[in-house]
Design a protein around this ligand. Structure first.
Ligand code: TTP
Ligand code: MG
Length: 357
Protein backbone atom coordinates (compact mmCIF):
# COMPACT_ATOMS: atom_id res chain seq x y z
CA UNK A 1 0.00 0.00 0.00
CA UNK A 2 1.49 3.37 -0.98
CA UNK A 3 1.38 6.20 1.49
CA UNK A 4 -0.87 8.24 -0.78
CA UNK A 5 -3.78 5.86 -0.44
CA UNK A 6 -3.23 5.26 3.23
CA UNK A 7 -5.15 6.54 6.19
CA UNK A 8 -3.13 8.39 8.83
CA UNK A 9 -4.15 7.48 12.37
CA UNK A 10 -2.71 9.03 15.51
CA UNK A 11 -2.92 7.33 18.90
CA UNK A 12 -2.17 9.35 22.02
CA UNK A 13 -1.55 7.96 25.50
CA UNK A 14 -0.57 10.13 28.46
CA UNK A 15 2.54 9.10 30.40
CA UNK A 16 1.87 7.73 33.92
CA UNK A 17 -1.31 9.75 33.78
CA UNK A 18 -2.57 9.99 37.38
CA UNK A 19 0.96 10.37 38.72
CA UNK A 20 1.77 12.99 36.07
CA UNK A 21 -1.23 15.07 37.11
CA UNK A 22 -0.20 14.83 40.76
CA UNK A 23 3.38 15.84 39.95
CA UNK A 24 2.12 18.79 37.94
CA UNK A 25 -0.25 19.90 40.69
CA UNK A 26 2.40 19.46 43.41
CA UNK A 27 5.76 20.58 42.03
CA UNK A 28 7.45 19.54 45.28
CA UNK A 29 6.99 15.87 44.32
CA UNK A 30 7.98 16.25 40.66
CA UNK A 31 10.82 13.89 39.69
CA UNK A 32 10.24 11.73 42.80
CA UNK A 33 8.94 8.19 42.83
CA UNK A 34 5.18 8.75 43.11
CA UNK A 35 2.70 5.90 43.60
CA UNK A 36 -1.02 6.52 43.17
CA UNK A 37 -3.36 3.89 44.56
CA UNK A 38 -6.27 3.17 46.84
CA UNK A 39 -5.59 2.91 50.55
CA UNK A 40 -1.94 3.93 50.35
CA UNK A 41 -1.24 3.70 54.09
CA UNK A 42 2.51 3.45 54.20
CA UNK A 43 3.39 -0.21 54.38
CA UNK A 44 0.02 -1.44 55.54
CA UNK A 45 -2.29 -0.34 52.73
CA UNK A 46 -4.45 -3.05 51.25
CA UNK A 47 -5.19 -1.43 47.90
CA UNK A 48 -3.43 -1.80 44.56
CA UNK A 49 -1.29 0.57 42.55
CA UNK A 50 -3.29 2.52 39.95
CA UNK A 51 -0.15 3.89 38.42
CA UNK A 52 3.23 5.30 39.38
CA UNK A 53 5.78 7.73 38.05
CA UNK A 54 8.62 6.46 35.86
CA UNK A 55 10.96 7.13 38.80
CA UNK A 56 8.93 4.56 40.80
CA UNK A 57 8.88 2.14 37.86
CA UNK A 58 12.67 2.03 38.07
CA UNK A 59 12.17 0.23 41.41
CA UNK A 60 9.89 -2.35 39.81
CA UNK A 61 6.62 -0.80 40.93
CA UNK A 62 3.78 -1.11 38.41
CA UNK A 63 0.03 -0.82 37.90
CA UNK A 64 -2.19 -3.41 39.62
CA UNK A 65 0.54 -4.44 42.09
CA UNK A 66 -0.53 -4.54 45.76
CA UNK A 67 0.45 -1.32 47.52
CA UNK A 68 2.16 -3.40 50.20
CA UNK A 69 4.48 -4.87 47.58
CA UNK A 70 5.15 -1.44 46.09
CA UNK A 71 6.06 -0.26 49.55
CA UNK A 72 8.58 -3.05 49.98
CA UNK A 73 10.15 -2.17 46.62
CA UNK A 74 10.14 1.57 47.16
CA UNK A 75 9.47 2.70 50.72
CA UNK A 76 10.61 6.23 50.00
CA UNK A 77 8.05 6.90 47.28
CA UNK A 78 5.30 9.46 47.78
CA UNK A 79 2.05 7.47 48.19
CA UNK A 80 -1.17 9.19 47.14
CA UNK A 81 -4.85 8.33 46.88
CA UNK A 82 -6.38 8.83 43.44
CA UNK A 83 -8.30 12.05 42.89
CA UNK A 84 -10.59 10.90 40.09
CA UNK A 85 -12.46 14.20 39.78
CA UNK A 86 -9.20 16.00 39.10
CA UNK A 87 -8.00 13.38 36.57
CA UNK A 88 -11.33 13.52 34.76
CA UNK A 89 -11.02 17.29 34.54
CA UNK A 90 -7.51 17.08 33.08
CA UNK A 91 -8.67 14.36 30.70
CA UNK A 92 -11.40 16.72 29.49
CA UNK A 93 -8.82 19.45 28.81
CA UNK A 94 -6.67 17.04 26.80
CA UNK A 95 -9.60 15.74 24.77
CA UNK A 96 -10.54 19.38 24.15
CA UNK A 97 -7.09 19.97 22.64
CA UNK A 98 -7.56 16.96 20.37
CA UNK A 99 -11.06 18.02 19.34
CA UNK A 100 -9.87 21.56 18.58
CA UNK A 101 -7.82 20.10 15.69
CA UNK A 102 -11.09 19.48 13.90
CA UNK A 103 -10.17 15.88 13.15
CA UNK A 104 -12.31 12.94 14.21
CA UNK A 105 -11.47 11.96 17.79
CA UNK A 106 -12.26 8.73 19.56
CA UNK A 107 -11.58 8.79 23.27
CA UNK A 108 -10.68 5.26 24.35
CA UNK A 109 -10.00 5.70 28.05
CA UNK A 110 -9.32 8.47 30.51
CA UNK A 111 -5.87 9.16 29.03
CA UNK A 112 -6.04 7.73 25.54
CA UNK A 113 -7.52 8.70 22.17
CA UNK A 114 -7.36 7.99 18.46
CA UNK A 115 -7.47 10.79 15.89
CA UNK A 116 -8.03 10.23 12.19
CA UNK A 117 -5.68 12.85 10.79
CA UNK A 118 -5.68 11.56 7.18
CA UNK A 119 -6.58 15.03 5.85
CA UNK A 120 -3.13 16.40 6.86
CA UNK A 121 -2.04 14.74 3.64
CA UNK A 122 1.31 13.12 4.46
CA UNK A 123 3.16 11.34 7.24
CA UNK A 124 5.58 14.27 7.42
CA UNK A 125 2.74 16.69 8.02
CA UNK A 126 1.37 14.22 10.57
CA UNK A 127 4.65 14.27 12.44
CA UNK A 128 4.56 18.08 12.56
CA UNK A 129 1.04 18.01 13.94
CA UNK A 130 2.07 15.46 16.56
CA UNK A 131 4.97 17.63 17.71
CA UNK A 132 2.56 20.57 18.03
CA UNK A 133 0.05 18.51 20.01
CA UNK A 134 2.71 17.31 22.43
CA UNK A 135 3.86 20.89 22.92
CA UNK A 136 0.35 22.17 23.46
CA UNK A 137 -0.40 19.47 26.04
CA UNK A 138 2.84 20.25 27.83
CA UNK A 139 2.16 24.00 27.80
CA UNK A 140 -1.51 23.96 28.69
CA UNK A 141 -1.84 20.85 30.84
CA UNK A 142 1.71 20.42 32.08
CA UNK A 143 2.17 16.71 31.36
CA UNK A 144 3.81 14.59 28.68
CA UNK A 145 2.30 12.02 26.38
CA UNK A 146 3.46 9.44 23.89
CA UNK A 147 2.10 9.43 20.36
CA UNK A 148 2.01 6.85 17.60
CA UNK A 149 1.20 7.53 13.97
CA UNK A 150 0.46 4.72 11.53
CA UNK A 151 -1.89 3.64 8.75
CA UNK A 152 -4.18 1.70 11.13
CA UNK A 153 -5.46 1.99 14.68
CA UNK A 154 -3.77 -1.18 15.86
CA UNK A 155 -0.34 -0.13 14.61
CA UNK A 156 -0.81 3.45 15.88
CA UNK A 157 -1.55 2.05 19.35
CA UNK A 158 1.47 -0.22 19.30
CA UNK A 159 3.54 2.75 18.08
CA UNK A 160 2.45 5.07 20.90
CA UNK A 161 3.63 2.43 23.37
CA UNK A 162 6.93 1.90 21.53
CA UNK A 163 8.78 4.77 23.14
CA UNK A 164 7.56 5.99 26.49
CA UNK A 165 7.57 8.45 28.17
CA UNK A 166 7.41 11.51 25.91
CA UNK A 167 7.74 9.46 22.73
CA UNK A 168 6.72 10.01 19.15
CA UNK A 169 6.83 7.06 16.78
CA UNK A 170 5.81 7.34 13.16
CA UNK A 171 5.31 4.14 11.19
CA UNK A 172 4.79 4.75 7.50
CA UNK A 173 2.88 2.13 5.51
CA UNK A 174 5.98 0.60 3.93
CA UNK A 175 7.61 0.22 7.35
CA UNK A 176 4.75 -1.56 9.10
CA UNK A 177 6.11 -5.11 8.67
CA UNK A 178 9.64 -4.19 9.74
CA UNK A 179 8.34 -2.23 12.73
CA UNK A 180 6.11 -5.04 13.99
CA UNK A 181 8.35 -8.02 13.22
CA UNK A 182 10.75 -7.91 16.21
CA UNK A 183 8.19 -6.89 18.85
CA UNK A 184 6.94 -9.43 21.41
CA UNK A 185 3.47 -10.80 20.60
CA UNK A 186 2.24 -9.31 23.86
CA UNK A 187 2.63 -5.85 22.35
CA UNK A 188 -0.49 -6.56 20.30
CA UNK A 189 -3.33 -4.90 22.21
CA UNK A 190 -5.53 -7.55 23.76
CA UNK A 191 -2.95 -10.33 23.80
CA UNK A 192 -2.62 -10.72 27.51
CA UNK A 193 -1.45 -13.40 29.84
CA UNK A 194 -3.44 -16.33 28.54
CA UNK A 195 -3.17 -15.88 24.79
CA UNK A 196 0.41 -14.66 25.19
CA UNK A 197 1.36 -17.79 27.11
CA UNK A 198 -0.43 -20.02 24.60
CA UNK A 199 1.47 -18.40 21.72
CA UNK A 200 4.78 -18.65 23.53
CA UNK A 201 4.15 -22.32 24.22
CA UNK A 202 3.93 -22.71 20.43
CA UNK A 203 7.30 -20.92 20.14
CA UNK A 204 5.57 -17.87 18.68
CA UNK A 205 7.23 -15.09 20.66
CA UNK A 206 7.50 -12.18 18.24
CA UNK A 207 4.87 -10.54 16.09
CA UNK A 208 6.98 -11.63 13.13
CA UNK A 209 6.69 -15.27 14.26
CA UNK A 210 2.94 -14.82 14.37
CA UNK A 211 2.80 -13.12 10.97
CA UNK A 212 4.68 -15.95 9.28
CA UNK A 213 3.10 -18.80 11.21
CA UNK A 214 1.23 -21.32 9.11
CA UNK A 215 -2.44 -20.35 9.27
CA UNK A 216 -3.58 -23.98 9.61
CA UNK A 217 -1.40 -24.32 12.67
CA UNK A 218 -2.94 -21.18 14.14
CA UNK A 219 -6.44 -22.42 13.38
CA UNK A 220 -5.58 -25.67 15.13
CA UNK A 221 -4.56 -23.76 18.23
CA UNK A 222 -6.97 -20.82 18.26
CA UNK A 223 -9.92 -21.84 16.10
CA UNK A 224 -11.99 -18.94 14.86
CA UNK A 225 -9.65 -16.39 16.41
CA UNK A 226 -6.74 -17.46 14.23
CA UNK A 227 -7.52 -15.15 11.32
CA UNK A 228 -7.84 -12.12 13.59
CA UNK A 229 -4.60 -12.94 15.35
CA UNK A 230 -2.88 -13.25 12.02
CA UNK A 231 -4.30 -9.97 10.73
CA UNK A 232 -3.24 -8.22 13.93
CA UNK A 233 0.31 -9.50 13.41
CA UNK A 234 0.29 -7.98 9.93
CA UNK A 235 -1.00 -4.69 11.34
CA UNK A 236 -4.18 -5.04 9.32
CA UNK A 237 -7.04 -3.20 10.95
CA UNK A 238 -9.68 -1.46 8.89
CA UNK A 239 -11.68 -0.22 11.89
CA UNK A 240 -12.51 3.47 11.80
CA UNK A 241 -11.95 6.22 14.33
CA UNK A 242 -15.47 6.84 15.58
CA UNK A 243 -16.88 9.19 18.16
CA UNK A 244 -19.00 7.10 20.51
CA UNK A 245 -22.25 8.43 21.85
CA UNK A 246 -21.77 6.69 25.19
CA UNK A 247 -25.51 6.53 25.86
CA UNK A 248 -26.08 2.90 25.04
CA UNK A 249 -26.85 0.43 27.74
CA UNK A 250 -27.85 -3.19 28.10
CA UNK A 251 -30.35 -4.24 30.72
CA UNK A 252 -32.19 -7.39 31.76
CA UNK A 253 -35.00 -7.69 34.25
CA UNK A 254 -36.89 -10.48 35.97
CA UNK A 255 -40.10 -10.55 37.96
CA UNK A 256 -40.28 -13.24 40.64
CA UNK A 257 -43.18 -15.66 40.48
CA UNK A 258 -43.86 -14.74 44.10
CA UNK A 259 -42.38 -11.80 46.03
CA UNK A 260 -39.37 -13.12 47.88
CA UNK A 261 -36.74 -12.26 50.42
CA UNK A 262 -35.06 -15.67 50.21
CA UNK A 263 -31.34 -14.88 49.75
CA UNK A 264 -30.70 -18.05 47.75
CA UNK A 265 -33.52 -17.38 45.34
CA UNK A 266 -32.42 -13.78 44.92
CA UNK A 267 -28.78 -14.81 44.39
CA UNK A 268 -29.77 -17.40 41.78
CA UNK A 269 -31.80 -14.81 39.91
CA UNK A 270 -28.99 -12.27 39.95
CA UNK A 271 -26.70 -14.96 38.59
CA UNK A 272 -29.06 -15.51 35.66
CA UNK A 273 -29.18 -11.79 34.94
CA UNK A 274 -25.40 -11.55 35.16
CA UNK A 275 -25.01 -14.34 32.63
CA UNK A 276 -27.56 -12.86 30.25
CA UNK A 277 -26.00 -9.41 30.36
CA UNK A 278 -22.49 -10.85 30.02
CA UNK A 279 -23.61 -12.85 27.00
CA UNK A 280 -25.03 -9.73 25.34
CA UNK A 281 -21.77 -7.89 26.00
CA UNK A 282 -19.79 -10.73 24.45
CA UNK A 283 -22.14 -10.95 21.46
CA UNK A 284 -21.70 -7.26 20.72
CA UNK A 285 -18.03 -7.04 21.68
CA UNK A 286 -18.82 -4.37 24.28
CA UNK A 287 -17.10 -3.32 27.50
CA UNK A 288 -18.94 -1.62 30.36
CA UNK A 289 -18.00 0.93 32.94
CA UNK A 290 -21.14 1.37 35.02
CA UNK A 291 -23.28 -1.29 36.65
CA UNK A 292 -26.77 -0.52 37.93
CA UNK A 293 -29.07 -2.73 39.99
CA UNK A 294 -32.73 -1.86 40.33
CA UNK A 295 -34.97 -3.50 42.88
CA UNK A 296 -38.72 -3.18 43.03
CA UNK A 297 -39.99 -4.23 46.44
CA UNK A 298 -43.43 -5.62 47.17
CA UNK A 299 -45.79 -2.71 46.88
CA UNK A 300 -44.50 -0.08 44.49
CA UNK A 301 -41.29 1.19 45.98
CA UNK A 302 -38.23 0.88 43.75
CA UNK A 303 -34.62 1.58 44.53
CA UNK A 304 -31.68 1.90 42.18
CA UNK A 305 -27.98 1.79 42.92
CA UNK A 306 -25.13 2.24 40.47
CA UNK A 307 -21.42 1.77 40.59
CA UNK A 308 -18.92 3.17 38.11
CA UNK A 309 -15.63 1.35 37.69
CA UNK A 310 -12.30 2.99 37.02
CA UNK A 311 -11.87 1.14 33.75
CA UNK A 312 -13.95 -0.57 31.15
CA UNK A 313 -14.42 -4.27 31.72
CA UNK A 314 -16.03 -7.06 29.75
CA UNK A 315 -15.69 -10.01 32.07
CA UNK A 316 -18.48 -11.78 33.83
CA UNK A 317 -16.59 -11.93 37.14
CA UNK A 318 -16.37 -8.14 37.46
CA UNK A 319 -20.02 -7.80 36.54
CA UNK A 320 -20.96 -10.46 39.09
CA UNK A 321 -19.02 -8.91 41.96
CA UNK A 322 -20.31 -5.39 41.21
CA UNK A 323 -23.90 -6.59 40.93
CA UNK A 324 -23.55 -8.58 44.15
CA UNK A 325 -22.15 -5.60 46.00
CA UNK A 326 -24.95 -3.31 44.80
CA UNK A 327 -27.60 -5.86 45.60
CA UNK A 328 -26.31 -6.38 49.14
CA UNK A 329 -26.62 -2.65 49.74
CA UNK A 330 -30.22 -2.73 48.49
CA UNK A 331 -31.49 -5.83 50.27
CA UNK A 332 -32.75 -5.14 53.75
CA UNK A 333 -35.02 -8.16 54.25
CA UNK A 334 -37.97 -6.64 52.44
CA UNK A 335 -39.58 -8.87 49.87
CA UNK A 336 -38.61 -8.21 46.29
CA UNK A 337 -40.93 -8.34 43.31
CA UNK A 338 -38.69 -7.40 40.43
CA UNK A 339 -34.94 -7.28 39.87
CA UNK A 340 -33.06 -5.48 37.08
CA UNK A 341 -29.41 -5.34 36.05
CA UNK A 342 -28.03 -2.74 33.66
CA UNK A 343 -24.58 -1.95 32.26
CA UNK A 344 -23.81 1.40 30.66
CA UNK A 345 -20.90 3.57 29.67
CA UNK A 346 -20.34 1.06 26.92
CA UNK A 347 -17.65 1.03 24.30
CA UNK A 348 -16.67 -1.37 21.64
CA UNK A 349 -13.17 -2.70 21.59
CA UNK A 350 -12.00 -1.32 18.33
CA UNK A 351 -8.64 -2.77 17.44
CA UNK A 352 -10.30 -5.51 15.48
CA UNK A 353 -9.94 -8.23 18.07
CA UNK A 354 -13.21 -8.10 19.91
CA UNK A 355 -13.96 -11.65 18.97
CA UNK A 356 -10.46 -12.79 19.85
CA UNK A 357 -10.30 -12.43 23.59
P1 TTP B 1 -2.30 3.64 31.34
O1 TTP B 1 -2.25 4.56 30.16
O2 TTP B 1 -2.34 2.18 31.10
O3 TTP B 1 -1.03 3.89 32.27
P2 TTP B 1 -0.30 5.23 32.64
O4 TTP B 1 -0.81 6.39 31.85
O5 TTP B 1 -0.34 5.43 34.12
O6 TTP B 1 1.21 4.91 32.28
P3 TTP B 1 1.86 4.79 30.82
O7 TTP B 1 2.90 5.87 30.79
O8 TTP B 1 2.45 3.42 30.77
O9 TTP B 1 0.77 5.02 29.82
O10 TTP B 1 -3.53 4.01 32.24
C1 TTP B 1 -4.02 5.34 32.42
C2 TTP B 1 -4.47 5.55 33.85
O11 TTP B 1 -5.44 4.59 34.20
C3 TTP B 1 -3.35 5.41 34.86
O12 TTP B 1 -2.64 6.61 35.06
C4 TTP B 1 -4.09 4.99 36.09
C5 TTP B 1 -5.28 4.20 35.57
N1 TTP B 1 -5.00 2.76 35.72
C6 TTP B 1 -5.47 2.09 36.86
O13 TTP B 1 -6.12 2.70 37.70
N2 TTP B 1 -5.19 0.75 37.01
C7 TTP B 1 -4.47 0.05 36.09
O14 TTP B 1 -4.22 -1.16 36.27
C8 TTP B 1 -3.99 0.74 34.92
C9 TTP B 1 -3.17 0.00 33.89
C10 TTP B 1 -4.28 2.08 34.78
MG1 MG C 1 -1.09 6.25 29.79
Amino acid sequence: MGSQSSRIILHADMDCFYAAVEMHDHPDIAKKPVVVGADPQAGSGRGVVSTCSYEARAFGVKSAMPISQAYRLCPDAVYLRPDMARYAEVSGEIMGIFRATGFRVQQVSIDEAFLDITPVGSFNAARDLAVQLKQEIRDRVGITCSLGIAPSKIVAKIASDYKKPDGLTVVEPDNVPAFLRPLPVRKIPGIGGKTGAHLEALAITTIGDLATCDIQRLIGAFGRSAALLHEAALGQDESEVVERDGVKSISKETTFARDTNDPDEIAATVELLVREVAQSLTDEGLHFKTVTVRVRYEGFVSKTKAKSLLHHHNDEATLRSSAGELLRSLCDGQKIRRLGLKVSGLWKQDTGQQTLF
